[in-house]
Design a protein around this ligand. Sequence first.
Ligand SMILES: C[S@@+](CC[C@H](N)C(=O)[O-])C[C@H]1O[C@@H](n2cnc3c(N)ncnc32)[C@H](O)[C@@H]1O
Length: 244
Amino acid sequence: MPSPHYTDPRLVALYDTLNPAAADTAFYLALAASKSCVIDLGCGTGLLACELAAQGARVIGIDPARAMLQVARKRPHAAQVDWIEGDAGALALLPPADLVLMTGHVAQVFIDDSAFLATLKAARHALRTGGELAFESRNPAARAWGAWTPARSLRKIAVEGAGEVEVWLDNVSEHAHSVVRFSTHYRFSASGEELISQSELRFRSQDELAALLHEAGFGKLHWFGDWDEAAVSAQSRELIVIAR
Ligand SMILES: C[S@@+](CC[C@H](N)C(=O)[O-])C[C@H]1O[C@@H](n2cnc3c(N)ncnc32)[C@H](O)[C@@H]1O
């Protein structure tokens, strides 16, 4: 079931304020700098896709959430991006790409290995010879969900049209296969209305990610543990991979 984060227009309207351009954006823009055709799979509200297009690449942004794409289509440079409402199934119809990206921890929305493997295989087939797939997944060893308590996660944001909104996480529970479930609360100050969105994410280890990437046909994997290109360690927050 798609998360209301990505389908409820009231929550989609908050996405860019909660997830502005940051070190991950700079990392992927640098990686794509010399690439002529880039596919952004799970492009969301299109921040990165539009920046890639502004940088001169031919960009295809794919996302199953119509409400996210509606925001994407209104951004500067959106007219230079080809937007597709869909998932990895759409990749078979596209010309060979130099780079496929899955950013914003999209990899973690795939709970089942079979669904993730099918996506990785589709990405592999979408690449030209020598092309690369890059994405990141939170390192389970860093246990990011330990900070997903109301006290530690509370943020107050102000969004045009929505006013002030308080956002916090709670009800975190750990399940088999490194699946973490949690709730995100959104309280709109003007109306007092509170929306709650349930999520589940899979935290795969580096070995698990590597096994799936190899099974999908990627022979060479290059890893970073953070956006500053540090090597992966037990303390790394991220598992960032460039696969070819
Ligand atoms: C956390 S957002 C990341 C969006 C964007 N890449 C970013 O960095 O801000 C996760 C996105 O994955 C999309 N998504 C969910 N299931 C997907 C699937 N099976 N294939 C591709 N994208 C998917 C959601 O619709 C959502 O836009």
